[in-house]
Design a protein around this ligand. Sequence first.
Ligand SMILES: C[S@@+](CC[C@H](N)C(=O)[O-])C[C@H]1O[C@@H](n2cnc3c(N)ncnc32)[C@H](O)[C@@H]1O
Length: 184
Amino acid sequence: MLDLLEMHKSFLTAHLRPGDVAVDFTMGNGHDTEFLSKTVGDTGKVYAFDIQELAVESTRKRLSGSDCPRNWELILASHDRAPEFVREKIRAGIFNLGYLPGSGKKELTTMRETTLPAVASAVDMLGEDAVLIVAVYPGHPEGKAEGEELQKYFSSLSKYKYTAAEIKLVNSPTSPYFFAIETK
Ligand SMILES: C[S@@+](CC[C@H](N)C(=O)[O-])C[C@H]1O[C@@H](n2cnc3c(N)ncnc32)[C@H](O)[C@@H]1O
């Protein structure tokens, strides 16, 4: 059976090479940060953002206890502030929207007011042959609304500069799905 969350990794690996710069815009427990760190290697760089100290600590623990290269920078700040910290163009970015799994703090979910500007500036940060993944969880009301607004925004991107795809299970509307934006 198709696993959409595994499938988005193949979009990332199709673009990422050793030495690249990548951003995890929703660090959480650091699974995506770890994946990016290992993929870009010693000469690459990974920035990761979260608004929860708990997420930063959990990720620090994960990365320090694994064989990740020391190429990561964990930033306790909202992802709409990413342009203050990331000055270079990026090869890949990922937003895994929603709340921190296992924290019980479902109120600290990503919200449209910050998700939308953060995603728009992430699109601006993409360099050549780059990709942005945005995973959406429509099973809760804010997640559903985020997905709808993102769909409108991505539909407005120039087809001459980007390919913007939405990958979802049409027979299971509450299952997670993702957008993949690639620069031409
Ligand atoms: C679904 S989790 C991410 C899972 C993570 N990528 C992983 O691999 O474990 C979503 C995360 O987004 C964080 N978040 C919510 N609002 C945010 C914001 N404005 N800026 C950055 N992170 C935010 C939450 O604290 C939560 O940890």
